[in-house]
Ligand binder design. Structure first.
Ligand code: UDX
Ligand code: UDX
Ligand code: ADP
Length: 476
């Protein structure tokens, strides 16, 4: 069997790599319109950072996994084609800011229609709104050449960045949605056969196409909702004496609720959660279900509130002004173990601090410096990119980033931040020295003993700070 995947990004890349690893009898060609991206996939430095990906790619590349810009040949030769192009939120026109922009999906479908000379199974793998498979079908069937038959399947991907290889190897479930016709069932069987190389058949669910598409949006909406729920309680904890970690633990031990995805934080980011919920909201509005739309909108509103609340807390703690103060930002990626910054909470935190006149010293172990500058100078973030460039310095080492700063703000939960030498950091910072732990990963007691003023999410530390300023808690 020959497989082609259109779109060599965060989804297409790892998915095809693992598929190639587990299916030596299948040839997989990953194509992209970006020649630069394909060159990177064929080089020593892959275009995305993902733990374990390098090894898998090295093992399969040019054996049964090929990266190419020759989209035509790959489509022509393939029996089965995955579409895993990007589906950003629309930035203009109707549905602006909410609906998914399907132009890349549409162009991939049109390309297939134009090039195909034999039957194809076309598999929609990008996250797209309910009924997108139907649109692909319309395009393909309206442009169908005689004797060519298309089957369209929905096969949403549930991998999370940073753990993509493990998620793909040990998927909780694989979901395949298809048409309820004999041909549809056959196509589902063929795709299922690929996954059965390594996923137990009982974990491969088949549904109708719409259920499959909606399940992907629903899964991401549920996950994001858990984070917004715990984040909403973090505000209650800070206003009372409760500790959100204790609350999350107590709640999570209820087997009906479960303990995962209850980590309060500066706010969720990533390319999926916000985009998918906005999509769900847009669909609900179009279906005349305003109450449902309003319900899910709250998940996003709470996330925006959390990002703003954390940024405001920094400013308030620093005597209500950060103008001309140096502030170190540790971590810029939307989560650890990825270099991806899409929708990262760090952008909101940096934007707020820059608007207040702060100077930022930013360090992230995997995000490229140009990416940070691109994000912070984007027109949606600032009107004066030149000023931002002057106010931001990117560092390749955390100790150089924190030197002579008034505060350290931790935005991403990278493991290496836990083990930094905080005594050394304290000594090199301005006093009083502040730490704002937006991920709740540091040992706050110890930091306070060193002399830091510590603020975090979902736990109030004013009392300890106050006692220390009265000389009651000794400094180390
Ligand atoms: C609830 C909590 O479960 C329990 O831990 C707490 O101590 C008291 O409140 P209870 O109200 O007795 O217990 O019953 P529960 O099984 O939680 O059901 C509450 C309502 O939710 C019922 O009307 C039930 O029919 C409904 N429900 C429950 C659903 O509609 N769907 C579900 O999936 C589960
Ligand atoms: C998510 C889904 O998990 C995945 O199934 C889907 O295919 C794509 O979207 P991803 O966005 O890569 O994956 O990462 P995820 O681990 O879900 O984290 C998303 C954001 O939520 C990150 O910013 C993370 O830091 C944050 N998060 C996660 C929390 O703040 N608290 C948590 O408890 C979990
Ligand atoms: P995701 O996170 O959904 O994988 P990415 O942006 O990482 O999204 O990757 C999507 C990839 O799809 C990009 O590399 C982009 O160049 C590619 N792409 C978009 N449209 C097309 C197309 N019509 N043909 C080939 N590649 C495409």
């Amino acid at each position: 069997m020959k497989v082609c995947c259109i779109g060599a990004g965060y989804v297409g890349g790892p998915t095809c790599a693992v598929m190639a690893l587990k299916c030596p009898d299948i040839t997989i060609t990953l194509v992209d319109k970006s020649a630069e991206r394909i060159a990177q996939w064929n080089s020593e430095k892959l275009p995305i950072y993902e733990p374990g990906l390098d090894e898998v790619v090295k093992k399969c590349r040019n054996v049964n996994l090929f990266f190419s810009t020759d989209i035509n040949t790959a489509i022509k030769e393939a029996d089965l084609i995955f579409i895993s192009v990007n589906t950003p939120t629309k930035t203009c026109g109707s549905g602006k800011g909410r609906a998914a922009d399907l132009k890349y999906v549409e162009s991939a479908a049109r390309m297939i229609a134009e090039i195909a000379q034999s039957n194809k199974i076309v598999v929609e793998k990008s996250t797209v709104p309910v009924r997108a498979a139907e649109s692909i079908m319309h395009i393909l069937r309206a442009n169908q050449k005689p004797g060519i038959h298309y089957d369209i399947l929905s096969n949403p991907e549930f991998l999370a960045e940073g753990t993509a290889i493990n998620d793909l190897l040990n998927a909780d479930r694989v979901l395949i949605g298809g048409e309820e016709t004999p041909e549809g069932h056959q196509a589902v069987e063929k795709l299922s056969w690929i996954y059965e190389h390594w996923i137990p058949k009982k974990n491969i669910l088949t549904t109708n196409t719409w259920s499959s598409e909606l399940s992907k949006l629903a899964a991401n909406a549920f996950l994001a909702q858990r984070i917004s729920s715990i984040n909403s309680l973090s505000a209650v904890c800070e206003a009372t004496g409760a500790d959100v970690s204790e609350v999350a633990r107590a709640v999570g031990l209820d087997s009906r609720i479960g303990s995962k995805f209850l980590q309060a934080s500066v706010g969720f980011g990533g390319s999926c959660f916000q985009k998918d919920i906005l999509n769900l909201i847009y669909i609900c509005e179009n279906l005349n279900l305003p109450e449902v739309a309003a319900y899910w909108q709250q998940v996003i509103d709470m996330n925006d509130y959390q990002k703003r609340r954390f940024s405001q807390k920094i400013i308030e703690s620093l005597f209500n002004t950060v103008s001309d103060k140096r502030i170190a930002i540790l971590g810029f990626a939307f989560k650890k173990n990825t270099g991806d910054t899409r929708e990262t909470a760090a952008i909101t935190v940096c934007q707020t601090l820059l608007e207040e006149g702060a100077k930022l010293d930013i360090y992230d172990p995997k995000v490229e410096p140009e990416q940070i500058i691109d994000d912070l100078t984007h027109p949606s973030v600032t009107e004066s990119p030149e000023n931002v460039k002057k106010a931001v310095q990117i560092h390749s080492d955390p100790y150089s980033a924190v030197r002579a700063t008034h505060a350290l703000v931790l935005c991403t939960e990278w493991d290496e931040f836990v083990d930094l030498d905080y005594k050394r950091i304290y000594q090199s910072m301005m006093k009083p020295a502040y730490i704002f732990d937006g991920r709740k990963i540091l040992d706050h007691e110890r930091l306070q003993q060193i002399g830091f003023h510590v603020q975090t999410i979902g736990k109030k530390y004013q009392r300890a700070g106050l006692l220390r300023s009265w000389g009651i808690v000794p400094q180390l």
